[in-house]
Design a protein around this ligand. Sequence first.
Ligand SMILES: [Zn+2]
Length: 85
Amino acid sequence: MEHVSDVELEQLLDETLPLVKKTFVKLHLKGCPVCQGRMAKQQEERHEFEAIIAVARKLEEADRKSTQATHLMVTKVFQPTLFKQ
Ligand SMILES: [Zn+2]
């Protein structure tokens, strides 16, 4: 029996696999420890990737905030008349 392809596993995780294929893939996974392992590994990698993205987003956000703060500070220092009202 042929193993499930990486693309098919990805599509299964993405829920983008056509129904007929999905049925075949799920059926194959039930009886194939090799592909179950590959699937678990892909899921794990996906979680790691998502964790990295989450950290990157937080860093980006922090950077954006500090850039705004710096901008505000610079504006206050160099254009004090704007803040006199
Ligand atoms: Zn397999």
